[in-house]
Design a protein around this ligand. Structure first.
Ligand SMILES: *[C@@H]1O[C@H](CO)[C@@H](O)[C@H](O)[C@H]1NC(C)=O
Ligand SMILES: [Zn+2]
Length: 453
């Protein structure tokens, strides 16, 4: 007995302190990566996301981090929204909300080298392959959701206590418009009670060293244009056929599309600052059981367009162009909006967040990123839509930010990956951001009047 105890004591003395007392930084990193992989392995792809598994996993993570109050809200049946609160010392201060969504876009698994829900780690490159590993409009943002939690885990480990409440939301349905997710949530009593002062939500990866940050986003207008015209024999040349009427519009729309795309290609404008127009469907012809009638010019033809408008666009002028050049009734064209997102916020102003010193949160964010040894790029308009728009429409400041540098935004949606090192670096960035934003500021961020927003 005594000999065994003495041997154990001797062993303990011989072991390096760090190994005996707490895990080494590389063990911590490995554990963080494997927790990320675990989240990535949950198949939350639309249209049938396993929300229950994601919510259960994340709740377990929150318990493991400790110090977080968890509530699962079900604002729509079968669509759990996990709400976490890290209580601040001064809960009356405006809070910070770290938002992420749990659903991801579908994938075509056969085109992937590693199955999209395997979260395979390629040891040589350090890349983790999975749907949801990046945050971008094509992929999604499981990385950011886990980085928030990992950052809080470390801050708690370092004994940090926030002054203001820090909230985390893990929401469903972003990929399908957020109506039963964030849109329902911002209308809830739970949300009002949170007294949110600032929201962080998803951004996009950057190719270079600087992190991209987004202060607004383009609004989607989904439009169909329908042409009518006299039907006729396929051999006859005549004016006013539905196809001819429609093709004139297609030409005008393509000229406009080219002018906008050229601005991006030449570098004169960022992607989020131009109006994008893309054709999404063409519908015409007289069908037969095996194809189409080939010698008949049809009496109807239709196209569908996905248009994205930056916040600064004069929407009335744009609609005038649409009615006069793209779909004039004089050419027997009609148009219909399938969706026309409002550009202004509830005060009638473009729903953008000031990314300069007029917004007291902005310098804090800049400073926090700098403290972590990194830099923010020039603030941009997000080219597509995110849940952040629902906060901005309420007049709340919201920044889109996903700390992923040196990462290509993949054009094809298979083989999505994030490097392990970028993931870990991102946790450090959030550590700095949360620490900075959570700390009471001797400035008008914390004025009672601002908390009224
Ligand atoms: C539009 O339709 C009307 C009625 O069918 C027809 O008389 C007219 O020629 C058409 N105009 C054009 C430009 O197709
Ligand atoms: Zn997303």
């Amino acid at each position: 007995m005594a000999a065994a105890a003495a041997a154990l004591l001797l062993l303990a003395l011989l072991l390096p302190v760090s190994a005996a007392a707490s895990p080494s930084p590389s063990d911590d990193a490995e554990a963080a990566v494997s927790r990320f992989q675990e989240y990535l392995r949950i198949d939350t792809a639309q249209p049938a996301p396993d929300y229950a598994a994601a919510a259960a996993f994340l709740r377990g993570q929150a318990d493991d981090v400790g110090g977080l109050e968890a509530r699962t809200l079900e604002l729509a049946a079968g669509k759990p929204l996990l709400l976490l609160r890290w209580p601040g010392r001064r809960p009356s201060l405006p809070s910070v909300l770290l938002n992420s969504h749990t659903d991801v876009v579908p994938s075509e698994p056969h085109k992937w080298d590693h199955p999209p829900f395997s979260a395979a780690l390629d040891e040589a490159s350090g890349r983790i392959y999975a749907r949801g590993s990046q945050a971008s409009p094509n992929f999604d943002m499981k990385c950011v959701g886990m980085q928030y939690l990992e950052a809080i885990r470390r801050l708690r480990g370092a004994g940090f206590i926030p002054d203001r409440n820090i909230y985390l939301t893990f929401v469903p349905d972003e990929e399908i418009g957020g109506h039963e997710g964030i849109e329902a949530f911002v209308a809830s009593k739970e949300f009002k009670d949170m007294n949110v002062g600032l929201v962080l939500d998803e951004g996009l990866p950057s190719l270079g060293e600087e992190y991209r940050v987004f202060y607004g986003e383009r609004s989607p207008w989904w439009l169909s244009i329908k042409a009518r015209g006299a039907p006729g024999h396929g051999a006859k040349l005549y004016d006013g056929s539905a196809m001819e009427n429609l093709m004139k519009s297609v030409e005008a729309i393509r000229r406009f599309r080219t002018s906008q795309f050229d601005l991006v290609k030449s570098g004169a404008k960022a992607e989020g600052d131009v109006v994008s127009v893309n054709f999404v469907y063409l519908k015409a012809g007289t069908p037969t059981p095996t194809g189409f009638v080939m010698n008949l010019q049809p009496s109807e033809a239709e196209i569908g367009l996905d248009i994205r408008l930056p916040p600064g666009v004069h929407t009335e002028a744009f609609e005038k162009r649409l009615a006069e050049e793209w779909a004039p009734s004089s050419r027997n064209l009609t148009f219909e909006f399938k969706q026309k997102a409002s550009v202004p916020d509830k005060f009638g102003k473009p729903a953008i967040t000031a990314a300069d010193n007029s917004n007291p949160w902005w310098p804090l964010l800049e400073e926090a990123v700098k403290r972590a040894g990194a830099k923010l790029g020039k603030p941009e308009i997000f080219p597509a839509s995110t849940d952040a728009r629902y906060f901005r429409e309420l007049g709340l400041p919201a920044f889109g930010f996903s700390p992923m540098a040196n990462t290509p935004t993949l054009l094809h949606d298979h083989n999505e990956f994030l490097s392990k090192d970028e993931y870990l670096k991102g946790i450090e960035i959030y550590e700095s951001i949360i620490r900075t934003l959570a700390t009471l500021k001797d400035s008008y961020v914390d004025d009672e009047s601002r908390a009224e927003l």
